[in-house]
Design a protein around this ligand. Structure first.
Ligand SMILES: C[S@@+](CC[C@H](N)C(=O)[O-])C[C@H]1O[C@@H](n2cnc3c(N)ncnc32)[C@H](O)[C@@H]1O
Length: 228
């Protein structure tokens, strides 16, 4: 039996290193770990969710695909119930960037060699990138995936211990310019249009000129030939 992922989850799956043990945080139906095991890319996974209902959905997926012995289900707020030695590939997808940074900041054990993060924030990606860079993680690459009405970004990162601060513009587009894909370019264009709308709204309200100037600077940086 095969399991077909959406373009977004397929992009997440493509950045998971094969052979590792995955902890999928906020797993819901456990489609991602189920796909990875069915494809033979990983041997086992821990599928975590903070709510019981999604874990029941996940149990149904595991039953349907005969994966109950390969994927364990765990009630966990973020990574709180995952031990440092239990996973080397940590996936957090489909949740907001603010919650994502809270989850990452509570798991100090991620700051170690051999831990690889695959992150797909639904919102506030800039906060996730800023958190990673300010906390010694290095963004290795990014991938964009297009679905009707939305382009999603996926971040691959590891801990190096070296602080790597960047221009504010980097936090909005990260390594996406290097992805050199059509979806990556759309991701950058969408980010630009979101920033322009925000600046226009603030300008119209004649409020917070400092923020308007800051956003306009970011827009200019993103529109530079190296970024587009
Ligand atoms: C929109 S679903 C995403 C499912 C899947 N990861 C994906 O990308 O398709 C978000 C899931 O995250 C779970 N979630 C929300 N906050 C969480 C937390 N603090 N810890 C673990 N799971 C959480 C929700 O219960 C829900 O099942």
């Amino acid at each position: 039996m095969t399991l077909k992922l959406t373009a977004r989850l397929a992009a997440v799956a493509s950045l998971v290193n094969p052979g590792g043990t995955v902890a999928d945080i906020g797993t819901d139906h456990a489609y991602l770990p189920a796909f990875l095991v069915l494809e033979g890319r990983i041997q086992s996974a821990i599928a975590c969710d903070v709510r019981k209902m999604p874990l029941e959905n996940a149990a149904e997926t595991l039953r349907r695909f005969g994966l109950s012995d390969k994927i364990s289900l765990r009630l966990s707020d973020g990574l709180d119930a995952v031990l440092p030695g239990e996973a080397d590939e940590i996936v957090i997808a489909g949740i907001g960037g603010t919650l994502m940074t809270e989850i990452l900041s509570r798991a100090a054990w991620l700051k170690a060699a051999g831990k690889h993060l695959v992150l797909q924030p639904q919102t506030h990606s800039e906060d996730v990138r800023r958190f990673l860079c300010e906390n010694g993680f290095r963004i290795l690459c990014e991938k964009a995936a297009q679905e009707p009405g939305h382009v999603y970004g996926v971040i691959s990162a590891v801990y190096t211990g070296a602080e790597n601060t960047h221009d504010e513009a980097y936090y909005y587009v990260g390594e996406m310019p290097q992805s050199e894909s059509a979806e990556g370019r759309i991701y950058i264009k969408n980010t630009l249009s979101r920033l322009k709308k925000k600046a226009a709204a603030l300008r119209a309200a004649e409020s917070d000129t400092e923020t308007v100037c800051r956003i306009e600077k970011i827009i200019k940086q993103i529109e530079s030939p190296e970024m587009l």
